[in-house]
Design a protein around this ligand. Structure first.
Ligand code: GLN
Length: 401
C-alpha cells in the first residue's frame, strides 16, 4: 500500500542496496503493519480502530499508585526478574484465580510487556531450526518473533465462524523436531477462545512430542457470552512444559507501561531470566509497584471490565453490520475480523488504504495475520477497545462506504 509519500505499507521482500550493514535476521522481517497503521491514522486524522490500545483513561487507583511510587523514590532498578512485591502479587493472583501455585522466587520473570515476554521465551528456549507450531490467523508479532529466532514455522488454520482447528491438521503439524506450540486464547485477531477439549488435544500432543506450550494470555479477562479462560498450564502434564506470558497492558488499560510477566518452571525461568537481563535489565520499577496494586484488585474489577467490553463489542458489531461488513462474533479479546468481499476491492491493503485516507477510519489489513498474504486478502481487523464516542464517530464515518 502506498501512502501520500509512496512509502509501501508492507516492505518489499527484496534486499535494498543500502542493506549491506543489516543482519540477515532482520532482512527476513517486515515492519509491523499494526504499528504503521497507527502512524497512518495520525497522519490522516482517522479514528484509530487499528492498533489495540484503549483511548479511555487507565484506572485512577493505578495512576495514583504509580505517582506515589515515584514520589516514594522507587526510581532505581528493581531486581532484574521483578520486584518482590509485584512477583508476590502475581503469584497470589494466579493462586486465587486459577488455583495455580507459582513460586515467586523461581518461576516468575517480570518483563517489559508480553512482547518482550514472548521474545525472551523463544530466545531462551529454541534453537535455529526448531519447529514451532502457530495457529493462523495469528497475532502479527509471532511471525517476526519466530523468524528472528531462526525457527521453522508450522501453521495450523483456525476456521470461522468459531475459529476452531482441525485436529488432524494439528497432529500433522507436530513432529519430533517440534520445540513449541504458540497459543493465544482469547485470541488476537479472531476473538477465538479455545475450549477445554481443544486445549486437551494440544496438551496431549505437547506430551507425545515432548514439546513446550508458549501461551500468550493477555486477553484472559476479556471474555464474552459466558466463555471461560483455561490456562493450559493447569492441565495434567502441562505444569512444567508451559511458558505463560501475560502483561498488565490489556487487563488494566496501560499498554504504554510495558510491564508483563513470564511464568515457567524454575529450569526454564533460569534461561528466560538470563535473556531478559541482558536485553532490558528490567521493567520500570515504579510501574511494578503500581502493578502490585493492580494484581490485588478485587474480582469485581474484572467482571465490570468484561461487561463494559461486551457493550463495546455489541456496538462495533452493530456499526460494522450496518455498513455491510460480514463479521464473526468474537468470544474474547477486543478485535473483530470482518469480511470485505461485499465491497469489491481486489485486496485488504487497497481497502484499508481507502478506509484510512478517504473514510477516516484505520483498521488492520487481514493479510498481516497470515503467512501467505493472499489468505487474508478479503479480511480486515477492527479493534474496539475504545470510548463509545470513538465507536460512534467510526459509525458516522463508515457510512461513507
Ligand atoms: N496487541 C495489539 C494489537 O494487536 C498491539 C500491540 C502492539 O502494538 N504492541 O493491535
Amino acid at each position: 500500500m502506498a501512502t501520500s509519500t509512496e512509502k509501501p505499507l508492507v516492505q518489499p521482500a527484496g534486499i535494498p542496496r543500502r542493506a549491506r550493514f543489516r543482519s540477515d535476521r532482520t532482512q527476513r522481517v517486515n515492519e509491523s503493519v499494526i504499528r504503521e497503521m497507527t502512524r497512518l491514522a495520525a497522519q490522516h486524522k482517522a479514528v484509530n480502530l487499528a492498533q489495540g490500545y484503549p483511548d479511555f483513561p487507565a484506572p485512577e487507583i493505578l495512576k495514583n499508585a504509580a505517582r506515589e511510587a515515584i514520589t516514594a523514590d522507587i526510581n532505581q532498578y528493581a531486581i532484574t526478574w521483578g520486584s518482590k512485591p509485584f512477583r508476590d502479587a502475581i503469584a497470589a493472583k494466579y493462586q486465587r484465580t486459577y488455583g495455580l501455585a507459582i513460586d515467586p522466587e523461581s518461576e516468575i520473570t517480570v518483563v517489559c510487556g508480553s512482547t518482550e515476554g514472548m521474545m525472551v521465551s523463544l530466545l531462551a528456549l529454541t534453537n535455529p531450526g526448531d519447529e514451532i507450531v502457530i495457529f493462523e490467523p495469528y497475532y502479527e508479532n509471532y511471525g517476526p518473533d519466530t523468524l528472528l529466532c531462526g525457527a521453522q514455522r508450522k501453521f495450523v488454520r483456525l476456521h470461522p465462524p468459531d475459529w476452531t482447528f482441525d485436529p488432524d491438521e494439528l497432529r500433522r503439524a507436530f513432529s519430533p523436531r517440534t520445540k513449541a506450540v504458540i497459543l493465544n486464547s482469547p485470541g488476537n485477531p479472531t476473538g477465538c477462545v479455545f475450549s477445554r477439549k481443544s486445549l486437551e488435544m494440544i496438551a496431549a500432543l505437547c506430551q507425545e512430542f515432548d514439546a513446550l506450550a508458549i501461551t500468550d494470555e493477555i486477553y484472559e479477562h476479556i471474555l464474552y457470552d459466558g466463555a471461560q479462560h483455561v490456562p493450559i498450564m493447569q492441565m495434567p502434564g502441562m505444569r512444567d512444559r508451559t511458558i505463560l506470558v501475560n502483561s498488565m497492558s490489556k487487563t488494566y488499560a496501560v499498554t504504554g507501561w510495558r510491564v508483563g510477566w513470564v511464568l515457567a518452571s524454575p529450569d526454564l525461568s533460569e534461561s528466560i531470566r538470563k535473556v531478559h537481563d541482558f536485553l532490558t535489565v528490567g521493567a520500570a520499577a515504579p510501574l511494578q509497584a503500581a502493578g502490585a496494586v493492580a494484581l490485588s484488585l478485587p474480582d469485581d474489577y474484572y467482571a465490570t471490565m468484561a461487561r463494559e467490553y461486551t457493550q463495546r463489542r455489541d456496538t462495533i458489531l452493530d456499526v460494522l453490520d450496518s455498513v455491510g461488513f460480514r463479521c464473526w462474533r468474537p468470544r474474547g479479546a477486543y478485535y473483530v475480523m470482518a469480511d470485505i468481499s461485499s465491497f469489491g476491492y481486489p485486496n485488504d491493503v487497497q481497502f484499508v488504504k481507502h478506509l484510512v485516507e478517504d473514510v477516516g477510519v484505520a483498521a488492520v489489513p487481514g493479510s498481516s495475520f497470515f503467512e501467505n498474504p493472499a489468505e487474508g486478502a478479503q479480511l480486515v481487523r477492527f479493534c474496539f477497545c475504545k470510548k463509545y464516542e470513538t465507536l460512534e464517530e467510526a459509525r458516522k464515518r463508515l457510512r461513507k462506504l
